[in-house]
Design a binder for this molecule. Sequence first.
Ligand code: NDP
Length: 426
Amino acid sequence: MTKELNPKTKEYSFFGPIGTGAITILTPVITYLLYYACPNSYDDGTCKLLQKPALGRLAGSDFWYSLFTLEAFAVYLAWYAFTVFAWAIIPAQWVRGTQLRDGSYKYYKMNALATLLMATGLAAGQILRAGPEGFTYFADNWIPLLTASLVMSIAQSVFCYVSSFTQGKLLALGGNTGNCVHDFFIGRELNPSIGSFDIKTFNELRPGLILWWILDISLACRQLATFGQLTDSMILVVAFHGWYVFDALYNESIILTQMDIVHDGFGYMLAFGDLTWVPFTYSLQARFLAYHPNILGPSGSAAIAALQLLGYYIFRTSNAEKNEFRNGKNPKNLQYMQTKRGTKLLTSGWWGTLRHPNYLGDLIMALAWSLPTGSLTPLTYFYPAYFTVLLIHRALRDDAHCREKYGDDWNAYVEKVPYCIFPYVF
Ligand code: NDP
């Protein structure tokens, strides 16, 4: 019975143990390297990933001295505890997730947006009380805070991996190969939880995503405190990032049907991605601008804002079309095909144009977030470059899952809608 419920995973993801092992080791190195390539300093503004000083700093004693401080560790733990506390005390609706393989359902407390507003209110209060200098702690203690988040990611992935071996756990279909390196990375247990506290959804939307926004505010304060002004480029970057975080939390329940929640286990991939990678690499443009102010002017700002709007329009309307359809609504009267599996697939509107129109919108926004840094360094374009690779790989993974779920119906859909993200290219 348990065997059927938790079948052995036959195929490796991410090139198996070698690929997952390499990503596990390299991603923290890249996160630190992005800092040392582009440190918090007012140099000539040319951040280069592979410049000698960056690699030297990473290998040298500077790195080891600044890596960890007890104070930053305590601040990070206090931040994490705050998000757990907010989850526990803010009253909210409990929403039912999708049906699990064992026929059961999980319920999720939807108060992430209230947590964001509470955190923003506390940050605003501190800035009003103490001025911008009073909120630069996060910007000024980047590396020890990053280390603290990394320790938390590793601790949680080890805890979830070990506890997944206790009896009666529902495992992720992709994380049960028996190879510890691969399964530790992908995540063995589908929904690790402590009582009604679901570890995966909690980490996905709260301590890391909201911290990204808080880091951005701290970086804007650092620019204001140092240069006496907030540049238009910084305002745009912080507004775009804040908008993205707000949008994700405003639409919190949508996450319950996404791949991470429905399909992936909670392993190092999600723990590190949620807690360390998102806040400390997605904020790179704001960190660069905090130390290298860039003035765009009204026409430059307007052009970038228009690009962001275009990306957001595609991202939001395409996600809305699918979510409404999956919730039994079809306000635009879109065409669809019936599948043998029972669920229908949209064949007009955004999903009749591309198989992942929402990824295209996300990528356009990613570019709009980097353009405010101008052409001073290619490094601030790291996010759109990495994100393109991530979303192409994610689209391929989703295609494989859908082919498994829908069989020939999926092939018929692919024939109708041949392009995934970029029209006539991919
Ligand atoms: P999608 O929202 O693209 O969902 C894919 C699923 O949609 C499929 O598995 C299938 O599931 C369903 N589907 C596919 N085609 C159709 C169709 N024609 N009609 C109806 N349903 C269809 O995937 P993700 O969960 O990857 O992405 C969600 C959002 O999160 C995206 O906007 C993405 O850009 C964003 N994202 C952001 C990241 C970040 O770091 N900022 C990282 C990853 C994602 P089924 O048929 O079973 O319902």
